[in-house]
Design a protein around this ligand. Structure first.
Ligand code: SAH
Length: 257
């Protein structure tokens, strides 16, 4: 599916930017690069900046005109550092990602077109596009490096693609603990804990049973907010037991002794 997305770079003058774009593409799972009349390609700087995405560079198609680059494409999105170069249907990068994924999902070939470092895309080139995409950058400094612009759009395409596949965008860190100890403490366990806590607070004279004020309800509110799990509850109960022993002046044997 992602192989039906081509990234088209028009008249790129710095080969390093071609390498940067290739790397950005490969990072995001895109592979099809089309270069319209690049100033110098292949070039060692392109390979250096690609740092590992040499396969994208090796597979890059070099053509003479934008027209050739777009053969077979039914959806073309042109990028511009200025948001209103010419009045045209405009998408932000997120909408662009969604649109691209929708279209390739329906079997279409899609092109993302990027302009020259110094002058972007011409009006004529922009008018060949179905949509324009502007990355909402600082209006006083709106032009991103070409490779960075490719990165932003490739990332949005990836996010939309992962969402469409139902694939997660993050892997939660799983604690090495038994599933049971990860389970939240139950209401009855919590009640036993509150009883134990209250007794301990009386034992250490923090809580005056004659004048309890709102201490226990405040503590209940605190623990209710913390979603205490079983193993955490065991730790808390252990602390209370040891605290009570200390309060009674019982000889205390440390675990490490
Ligand atoms: N001076 C040029 C800037 C070109 S930057 C101009 O004003 O158009 C080179 C290319 O990077 C642009 O043609 C476009 O493809 C991409 N690019 C840079 N900044 C962008 C932005 N804010 N939104 C979308 N594309 C951008």
């Amino acid at each position: 599916m992602l192989q039906n997305i081509r990234v088209v770079l028009v008249n790129t003058s710095h080969p390093g930017n071609i390498g940067g774009a290739a790397r950005a593409m490969k990072n995001m799972g895109l592979s099809r690069l089309v270069l319209v009349d690049p100033l110098s390609f292949p070039h060692h700087e392109a390979s250096a900046r690609a740092s590992g995405a040499d396969d994208v560079l090796a597979g890059a198609q070099v053509v003479a005109t934008l027209e050739e680059a777009l053969v077979g494409c039914s959806v073309v999105l042109g990028t511009s550092a200025r948001d209103r170069r010419i009045p045209w249907p405009l998408l932000d990068p997120r909408e662009c990602g969604t649109r691209v994924v929708e279209q390739v999902g329906e079997g279409a070939e899609v092109a993302l077109v990027f302009g020259r470092e110094h002058s972007g895309l011409t009006n004529d080139e922009l008018q060949r596009c179905h949509f324009h995409v502007h990355i909402p950058s600082n209006p006083d400094f709106s032009s991103l490096n070409l490779g960075a612009a490719v990165q932003v759009l490739a990332y949005e395409v990836r996010m939309a693609w992962l969402a469409a596949q139902g694939q997660p965008t993050k892997v939660e860190k799983v604690e090495v603990a038994s599933v049971r100890s990860e389970e939240l403490a139950t209401m009855d366990e919590l009640e036993r804990f509150y009883e134990h806590l209250e007794k301990t607070l009386v034992d250490i004279r923090f809580l005056d049973p004659e004048n309890p004020r709102h201490l226990m309800s405040r503590l209940r509110r605190l623990f209710a907010r913390s979603s205490v799990n079983r193993s955490e509850m065991n730790i808390l109960r252990g602390i209370l037991t040891e605290t009570q022993k200390m309060a009674r002046g019982e000889p205390h044997k440390r675990k490490d002794q």
